[in-house]
Design a protein around this ligand. Sequence first.
Ligand SMILES: [Zn+2]
Ligand SMILES: [Zn+2]
Length: 389
Amino acid sequence: MRSVETFRDVQSEATEWRRYLHQNPELDYQLHNTATFVAEKLASFGINHIETGVAETGIVALIQGEGGDGPAIGLRADMDALPIVEASNKPWSSQIPGKMHACGHDGHTAMLLGAAKHLASTRNFKGSVALIFQPAEEVELPSGGLRMVQEGIMDRFGISQVFGMHNMPGMEIGKFGICDGPIMGSQDDFDLIVKGRGGHAASPHRAIDPVVIAAQIIIGLQTLVSRKTDPIESLVISVTKLNAAQAYNIIPDHVEIAGTVRTLSPDLQDFAEREILAAAQGIGRGFGADVEFKYRRSVPVTFNHTEGTNLAITAARNLVGPASVDDNIRVSMEAEDFAYMLETRPGAYIMIGNGPTAGVHHPAYDFNDEALPYGIGYWVKLVETVLAA
Ligand SMILES: [Zn+2]
Ligand SMILES: [Zn+2]
């Protein structure tokens, strides 16, 4: 059993890569410099099967093991940054105003590169490893994970299981967290238009005031959670946008409401879609207003499969010991587009400690380079566990 010390030799190099990526953040599918950097590094490790331009700027690279025939497994890192003005005050802060690696995808990319370098030199596994470098994790649909799946990477590279990893601020460096079943929530978005009749604000009896009706609908939606959902189950309905008249003395003729639904089960997504419409229409009609409704499923539940979860736990324990792996971590209702990969292939998504940094998507956030050897070590252990020669 090799400890994390084995992976210290790539740490300083991986730190350089991580800081270079941090200084040069790119958004969504526009990862041209990032993708070039990744592809050049992969080639320099002696990897010759590198496919670029997957989902525009994504990359899939294949490393063949020397332990004989076997399946391929996919390891995925996301590469995109966020439209945030950085305030970390680090010497390697973003050099591109208004763009920032605030979710640590620079670290995820560097960790998978570090693992690639190690695996390409040892090749102590059977079958092969597909390194999946994904664009556009942070964007609205269609996101990079979905597009890579739609472009057929699972079939083309013969991937039988797929694994992902994300850093977690607040969890100690050297610790891992995972759970069987749902680990991240689904994300659906909805729009409601409440159509009343506009008029003078001093004569409400001549209008059908959509503002008051919208207010009742918003309260009504919370009642769907508190009164119609099993309290043991998780459903979040958050109204996040509200758009009405622009003046003090006008009752508008319509009000726009929009929001998001998060849950851990497809059944509750169906429930929310059905019941938000029923509640909004019922309340609206009761007061003479019509309601238009749109419901859009953005990201499915990130669902860890039992076998993949157990393999991930074994790999992490081999690296850091049983006490440093929480195998029943709390589920997060944030959504993650790795969910699309786990919909098409079994596998698991694990959280890695980022230490006491600011939270992800915060202007002061920075990926913690101390996590690099742990992430690299996890990927290597996982490959040598799943594809044991
Ligand atoms: Zn993020
Ligand atoms: Zn992220």
